[in-house]
Design a binder for this molecule. Structure first.
Ligand SMILES: NC(=O)c1ccc[n+]([C@@H]2O[C@H](COP(=O)([O-])OP(=O)(O)OC[C@H]3O[C@@H](n4cnc5c(N)ncnc54)[C@H](O)[C@@H]3O)[C@@H](O)[C@H]2O)c1
Length: 364
């Protein structure tokens, strides 16, 4: 089992460890018992993950003498609402959860974001631990302490920064992940290569096949590399005042595309298209050589992610979606662009016309 330490401010409560390994359930439970003592442990999980892993975790915890209970939520983004958060808080009350209770998010980004959000406000905050079960969760959403629920107007518009006490990534969970969910995680991994690590990007160019076959050693190395990248960015800018914004590479247009498609595009598919659009914008603005944009597109295609926008997608809806982006400042949407692979920067705003042009080109 690998251990990475996330160093945040001086408060020991906020700094924490990320543990990565395969088949680490028992060790996870021992570490919970040793380092995260609580009077009760509330496991929050979704319907799919509960069927696969909920009982095993509950039994392992009970077997270790921990007083644990489990609450299930429906799977999917629809569970990331304020209504779902209120429902969960009500069920925690019914289960007798108090400030001595530690919550455990067992699932993907939806469970993680919702549990983190509820943990940050339930009885003015209770501690929580992330046990991510998707690739998105293990390389991205479980790290960094961003919690959120969606509003009808857009995703993640209500949330907090609230760090987990620990993150445990068991690679075994990825064995059961459906293909499309796995590809969502690949989009985030490609993003880390583009914004931070040209070597990582080159390896993906060389061996995407073994990654897609979920080669255990390759996956373990990838999850660790991505966790290192994300943690070091979060350490420098926990509250996204500057540097952390580069993690949004591909996400600004990605979210708008995802929403405009009526969610027929998954998050990772939206991000994949958003990354290509950002690379194309970088070329248009003469920051990036066209050959690098082609490399981005090729790796994304190799991961089984889309590289073209459905011609029926309404460009106006995408542009409207951009205007809702919560990262916009002074009414200007800032894009993360690149000068080369591994060298991102935040652009001060791009003309609508230029963005529309790139979207139209990507329909070709
Ligand atoms: N907080 C952050 O920094 C951050 C970063 C990225 C994404 N997110 C959020 O994360 C969410 C997306 O997360 P996600 O992609 O993990 O989606 P998800 O949580 O909806 O999980 C995807 C699907 O996979 C199923 N599943 C989970 N683990 C499984 C496993 N091991 N085997 C089989 N099926 C499994 C789930 O039940 C669900 O149906 C979005 O809401 C996004 O906004 C947050």
């Amino acid at each position: 089992m690998k251990t990475l330490k996330v160093h945040l401010d001086k408060k020991a409560q906020s700094s924490h460890e990320i543990r990565i390994g395969r088949n680490i359930l028992d060790r996870m439970v021992l570490l919970l018992a040793k380092n995260h003592k609580a009077s009760r442990y509330g496991i929050i999980t979704d319907h799919h993950v509960n069927r696969l892993y909920g009982k095993a975790l509950l039994e392992a915890m009970s077997g270790a003498g921990l007083n644990a209970f489990l609450l299930e939520i429906p799977a999917g983004e629809a569970s990331k609402t304020i209504a779902a958060a209120m429902d969960l808080a009500g069920r925690l009350l019914e289960a007798g959860a108090d400030r001595g209770t530690l919550l455990i998010a067992l699932g993907g980004g939806v469970v993680g974001d919702l549990t983190g959000f509820v943990a940050s406000v339930y009885m003015r905050s209770v501690p929580y631990v992330q046990i991510p079960t998707t690739l998105v969760g293990q390389v991205d959403s479980a790290i960094g302490g961003k919690t959120a629920v969606d509003l009808p107007q857009g995703k993640n518009l209500l949330g907090t920064f609230y760090q987990p006490r620990a993150v445990f990534a068991d690679l075994r969970f990825l064995d059961t992940l459906p293909e499309r969910e796995f590809a969502n995680g690949l989009a985030e991994i490609i993003k880390y290569g583009i914004i931070d690590d040209e070597k990582l990007f080159q390896r993906l160019e060389e061996d995407m096949e073994s990654v897609r076959h979920r080669d255990p050693e390759r996956l373990s190395a990838l999850v660790e590399t991505c966790c290192r990248i994300k943690k070091s960015i979060v350490e420098m800018d926990e509250r996204e005042q500057g540097l952390r914004r580069i993690l949004n590479f591909g996400h600004t247009l990605g979210h708008a595309l995802e929403t405009a498609s009526g969610y027929t595009l998954s998050h990772g598919e939206g991000v994949a298209l958003g990354m290509i659009a950002a690379a194309r914008l970088s070329v248009k603005m003469k920051y990036l050589p066209e050959s690098d944009e082609k490399r981005v597109e090729k790796v994304i295609a190799g991961a089984g992610l889309p590289v073209r926008i459905d011609p029926s997608l309404d460009a106006k809806a995408v542009m409207d979606g951009l205007k809702m982006d919560k990262k916009k400042r002074n009414n200007v949407v800032h894009f993360v662009l690149i000068r080369k692979i591994g060298m991102p920067f935040v652009n001060g705003g791009i003309e609508d016309e230029t963005i529309r042009g790139v979207l139209e080109d990507m329909k070709a």
